[in-house]
Design a protein around this ligand. Structure first.
Ligand code: AP5
Ligand code: ZN
Length: 217
């Protein structure tokens, strides 16, 4: 299975992608998680990326395309396919992904848009907690950890992302509508686009997503 989840901040990409990864034995490539790893390691890229992420902007296409290329070539977990979360975010990224897949004689199966109204995203984003090492996601109200501020699996502390505040969210949403909405049209033209109502409860979203992929397989 080779698929892409597209949706605004808080739509549920990082919540749903692990289900797809586990059910279809593919890799989950989340470009935001990869960037946050660089931030934690305080690499040159991490320091630059943090400024951009906190301002709600986008890191350059070349850097992001190379990150994905490296994973597709070297990550053994991707040999059965992949679910992309947070990439492509611009039309040039989508074009470069197409060229990369062409060169590998591979094709996308589907591109799924997680549709949800902007106003529903505020509470999802401001209540989110993450386990930085694994990218596991919780929510103070909608998906609380068993022990407050503690990862269920490792017992390590949870944190709030520095871009998860109302100001940065407003900028991230505007970036999404300007730069990523054209990516939806790009895949509509290619006949790959599907949509899912992402405002439902997480389990209902997963049930509907599963149907999309099972039909395709
Ligand atoms: P990224 O990490 O990709 O952030 P994003 O796209 O803004 O998406 P989020 O991670 O905020 O949302 P999500 O859809 O994963 O939601 P989640 O499942 O966690 O990117 C961060 C930054 O990195 C970008 O702003 C950019 O600067 C840079 N970047 C990354 N990729 C790039 C690229 N390709 N090019 C250039 N720059 C790039 O859910 C959110 C919360 O809601 C959670 O708490 C969850 O528990 C809860 N929740 C989920 N589903 C439900 C539900 N159905 N009902 C109730 N609560 C729910
Ligand atoms: Zn995410």
């Amino acid at each position: 299975l080779r698929t892409i989840l597209i949706g605004p901040p808080g739509a549920g990409k990082g919540t749903q992608a692990p289900h797809i990864r586990d059910e279809f034995c593919v890799c989950h490539l989340a470009t935001g998680d990869m960037l946050r790893e660089q931030v934690v390691k305080q690499t040159k890229l991490g320091v630059e990326a943090k400024k951009i992420m906190d301002a709600g902007g986008l890191v350059s296409d070349d850097i992001m395309v190379n990150m994905i290329k490296d994973q597709l070539e070297n990550n053994k977990a991707c040999k059965n396919g992949f679910v992309l979360d947070g990439f492509p975010r611009t039309v040039p990224q989508a074009e470069k992904l197409d060229a990369m897949l062409d060169a590998r004689h591979e094709k996308l199966d589907s591109v799924v848009q997680l549709e949800i109204a902007d106003q529903l995203l505020i509470s999802r984003i401001t209540g989110r907690l993450i386990h930085p090492a694994s990218g596991r996601t919780y929510h103070r109200e909608f998906h609380p950890p068993k022990k407050p501020m503690t990862d269920d699996v490792t017992g390590e502390p949870l944190i709030q992302r520095s871009d998860d505040n109302v100001d940065t969210l407003t900028k991230r949403l505007s970036t999404f509508h300007k730069q990523t909405s054209p990516v939806v049209q790009y895949y509509q033209k290619a006949g790959l686009w599907q949509r899912i109502d992402a405002a439902q409860a997480p389990n209902a979203v997963w049930e509907n997503l599963r149907k999309v992929f099972v039909k395709k397989q």
